[in-house]
Design a protein around this ligand. Structure first.
Ligand code: SAM
Length: 224
């Protein structure tokens, strides 16, 4: 499949404003993404005691899942570029009485504020589809830097297939006219990026969200 990804002209500042604006309604808009995130969590293979990171956590549904899975001996870190998403997720964590095992902060995936080799697993869903193509490698290099050797990276993204119903040509045309209308997200194909960066055991699974939207789950392990 040709790795053609349209450019993402939306700046980080615009992404931040857009997701601040979407934060109150985001969960209602994205109900059809539930299955893809559940499958992503399955391949993440979270164990008790793990130190996990979610980048671009949005309204925090996965942060909660991660916190429950790592247990009281583990820890979950999260970073998001949107102050309103951070606020919303912090409240949710408090409501679930998980504050002690979750550490959230504001920041940009292009420059992570963590030391090298800290995390057993990194989970990232529906964020790389917002990142402009030259910066995708930059973000993935950061993910690799902060993962422990043998740590696992799991990426769930809007994607595309080759058949007429999954090639996303119409979607990409609408995106080229007004990216914000589509939450700033365009389809991406990430597997080859991971292979080029030397991740091991790289795998990809395609599925459809809400019958019509192609999604890919790509995962791989940092070498020893
Ligand atoms: C489409 S939402 C996905 C939210 C969540 N991961 C989910 O699947 O429900 C994208 C999220 O990534 C955040 N985001 C976008 N670009 C980012 C960046 N460069 N660094 C950190 N977070 C970013 C947005 O603020 C937003 O919360």
């Amino acid at each position: 499949m040709p790795n053609t990804i349209v450019s993402a002209p939306i700046t980080p500042k615009k992404v931040q404003r857009l997701y601040d604006f979407l934060s109150p309604i985001y969960e209602h808009l994205t109900r059809n993404e539930k299955l893809s995130k559940e499958k992503g969590l399955q391949v993440a293979d979270i164990k008790r005691g793990f130190i996990a990171l979610e980048v671009g956590f949005g309204t925090g549904q996965i942060v909660i899942e991660l916190a429950l899975r790592v247990g009281k001996d583990g820890k979950v870190y999260g970073i998001d570029i949107s102050p309103k998403m951070l606020d919303k997720t912090r409240k949710k964590i408090k409501k679930h009485a998980l504050t002690g095992r979750v550490d959230l902060q504001l920041g940009d995936a292009r420059k992570l504020p963590y030391k090298e080799a800290v995390f057993d697993v990194i989970f990232n869903s529906y964020m790389l589809d917002l990142i402009d193509t030259p910066d995708i490698s930059k973000v993935l290099v950061e993910f690799k830097r902060v993962l422990k050797p043998r740590g696992r990276l799991v990426l769930v993204s809007l994607s595309k297939g080759e058949s007429w119903y999954s090639n996303m040509k119409l979607y990409e045309w609408i995106y080229s006219k007004c990216p914000s209308l589509l939450g700033g997200c365009r389809p991406v194909l990430i597997r080859s990026f991971l292979e080029e960066l030397g991740f091991q055991n790289v795998k990809r699974k395609f599925l459809m969200a809400g019958w019509i939207i192609p999604v890919e789950i790509v995962w791989g392990d940092k070498p020893k």
